[in-house]
Design a protein around this ligand. Structure first.
Ligand code: F6R
Length: 610
């Protein structure tokens, strides 16, 4: 989704802005732009559709420079993908604006501004910000005051940075619903929608809170809360790897991130599960008292994170004896739902900024959930800050749009939550030690599983010319089949659907023919015999199957079935282990099809609009 970078410095900031935009490319975008101010107030604005490189070429050609600047990658919402809709938007060559989010009342604002004589050069909601601030400035007073007066007129979500050609010494920024982080330098300061953009220039960050407006100069940062009162916000030292944005020799970020899974899962477990079991207090201060009271869990998430929640429901009910519902955030937030007694709301999000998940959390607070826990990969994100409890997945920066290591670390976190809740709800000694032992074996199992890559590359060759596919799983492998189908759709654009395999004969069996490959996830568990019956149903109708199976499950390759053996693993971790071959399959199919693996079409990494 859209990305913002800004800087106020003494030096030329063009390269900082372009590098920042490049580091945000992973979020998905369709055009990019930059506005630069020289100390004498000269404004240069350049915008391009397509990649940031096109903008960088234009910057080089124009020898553009400026010591204060704002830059943006746009993911179109209002108005098509054109140069004139790309940010920054300007008002009267004086005010320049970049914006993430949606100004929902932009049509009404636009009508009022048109009446005042403003003309619009774009179809965007953002241009109303530029003209509104300009109109407020005309009334007298500072840029800060003009922005404070303007934001009270906006409905919707914004993370916005505003620059005034008549005062190149500062930018004013405002946050409501779309994240912004201030980066602190020495004699220079920065602003971005994501700390990743600023890691080459600083590691010291201030995360703005909802409703904050801030004025940033080279030497000062002044922050005001939603009521206009000056506030201090904590300065956080980031420990994200500076080179997390590098591919480390891999062809794509996605492949790098798939191969990082043994390491990041190990990191997720570190100092949380030891030889005695779950380490107390890992869900944060005050968590033990809350977890002891939980009788029900409501999980809310979107996309891949939702699949992690779906898997967790099997575990929480099977092992921890805690009832659990799971719902897609965009559904939950717009329907009336019943709150169970002593219910813990668990949100899951890689980014911690997904608009629907955040809105669902805010709604849940109003509904009276006992407490909230965020399972998240980004410390300091909105979801983490607004939840009572948080648990960091430690996957490290995930750049590929298709989520991989974030998912497996989320699952790892859920196994720990299962243990924690199980302790208060009668988990059996056998299940508890079984999960702990399985978790200890997990990083090595993932390493072993990544070694089957060659077989999957061969399989991808057979698969890449297909237009449709079905993924089948049972029990806690059903959500894994869903995740496998989502990965294939996202990056190879092959239509893929997932079914709980017991559902086959209730409809989807009609689709089976040799053009509809069927992918089956088949660990050796108590549902194996049932799954085998489903496999026979497909075979009897001439279907072609690709089965990822435990060696002990006794599947054999033949004319209608290709079997890929997955290393034997304990049941609780099987959903995590079987995820990897499905990720690899999608990756190699996409590679053969030549799609943009890391930035698939139409998708954004962090979905900050609903
Ligand atoms: C799919 C994918 C998305 C995200 C979803 C939620 O590969 O990445 O489906 O899982 O947009 O994002 P987060 O987890 O950041 O809330």
């Amino acid at each position: 989704m859209c990305g913002i970078v800004g800087a106020v410095a003494e030096r030329n900031v063009v390269e900082i802005l372009l590098e920042g935009l490049k580091r945000l490319e992973y979020r998905g975008y369709d055009s990019a732009g930059v506005a630069l101010l020289q100390p004498n107030g000269t404004l240069t604005r350049l915008r391009k559709t397509g990649k940031v490189q096109a903008l960088a070429d234009a910057v080089a050609e124009h020898e553009a420079l400026g010591s204060t600047g704002i830059a943006h990658t746009r993911w179109a919402t209002h108005g098509g993908v054109t140069e004139y809709n790309a940010h920054p938007h300007c008002s009267n060559d004086r005010i320049s604006v970049v914006h993430n989010g949606i100004i929902e009342n932009y049509l009404a604002l636009r009508a009022g501004l048109t009446e005042q004589g403003y003309t619009f050069d774009s179809d965007t909601d953002t241009e109303t910000i530029a003209h509104t601030v300009h109109a407020e400035l005309q009334k007298g007073g500072s840029l800060l005051k003009a922005v404070q007066n303007s934001v009270s007129q906006f409905h919707g979500a914004y993370g916005t940075v505003i620059m005034d050609s008549e005062d190149p010494s500062r930018v004013v920024v405002a946050r409501s619903g779309s994240p912004l982080v201030i980066g602190l330098g020495l004699g220079e300061n920065f602003i971005a929608s994501d700390q990743m953009a600023l890691l080459p220039v600083t590691r010291r960050f201030i995360f703005l809170e909802e409703g904050d407006v801030a004025e940033i100069t080279r030497r000062s940062v002044s922050i005001f809360d939603v009521n206009g009162n000056p506030v201090e916000r904590e300065v956080v030292e980031s420990n994200i790897e500076h080179d997390a944005g590098d591919k480390a020799g891999y062809r794509h970020y996605m492949l790098k991130e798939i191969h990082e899974q043994p390491t990041v899962v190990r990191n997720t477990l570190q100092q949380r599960v030891d030889e005695r079991g779950l380490v107390p207090g890992i869900f944060g201060a005050g968590a033990e008292a809350i977890l002891a009271k939980v009788k029900h869990v409501q999980i809310i998430a979107c996309g891949t994170s939702y699949h992690a929640g779906m898997t967790a429901r099997y575990w929480l009910e099977q092992y921890a004896n805690v009832s659990c519902n799971v719902e897609i955030a965009s559904e939950f937030r717009y329907r009336k739902s019943v709150v169970y007694e002593n219910s813990l709301l668990v949100t899951i999000s890689q980014s911690g900024e997904t608009a629907d998940t955040l809105a669902a959390l805010r709604l849940a607070k109003e509904l009276g959930y006992m407490s909230s826990l965020a399972i998240c990969n980004v410390p300091g994100s909105s979801l983490v800050r607004e939840s009572d409890l948080s648990f960091m997945t430690r996957a490290g920066a995930e750049i590929g749009v298709a989520s991989t290591k974030a998912f497996t670390t989320q699952l790892t976190a859920f196994l720990m939550l299962t243990l924690a809740l199980g302790e208060h709800n009668g988990i059996s000694e056998a299940d508890s030690s079984g999960i702990v032992n399985a978790l200890h074996s997990l990083p090595a199992k993932l390493e072993e599983t990544l070694a089957i890559t060659q077989g999957i590359e061969d399989l991808a060759e057979e698969f890449a010319d297909k237009n449709h596919s079905l993924f089948l799983g049972r029990g806690d492998q059903y959500p894994i089949a869903m995740e496998g189908a989502l990965k294939l759709k996202e990056i190879s654009y092959i239509h893929a659907e997932a079914y709980a395999s017991g559902e086959l004969k209730h409809g989807p069996l009609a689709l089976i023919d040799e053009e509809m490959p069927v992918i089956v996830v088949a660990p050796n568990n108590e549902l194996l015999e049932k799954l085998k019956s489903n496999v026979e149903e497909v075979r009897a109708r001439g279907g072609i199957m690709y089965v990822f199976a435990d060696g002990d499950a006794n599947f054999a390759s033949d004319d209608t079935m290709r079997v890929i053996n997955v290393p034997h693993c304990a049941s609780p971790i099987a959903p995590i282990v079987y995820t990897l071959p499905l990720q690899l399959l999608s990756y190699y199919v996409a590679l053969i099809k030549g799609t943009d693996v890391d930035q698939p079409r139409n998708l954004a990494k962090s979905v900050t609009v609903e």
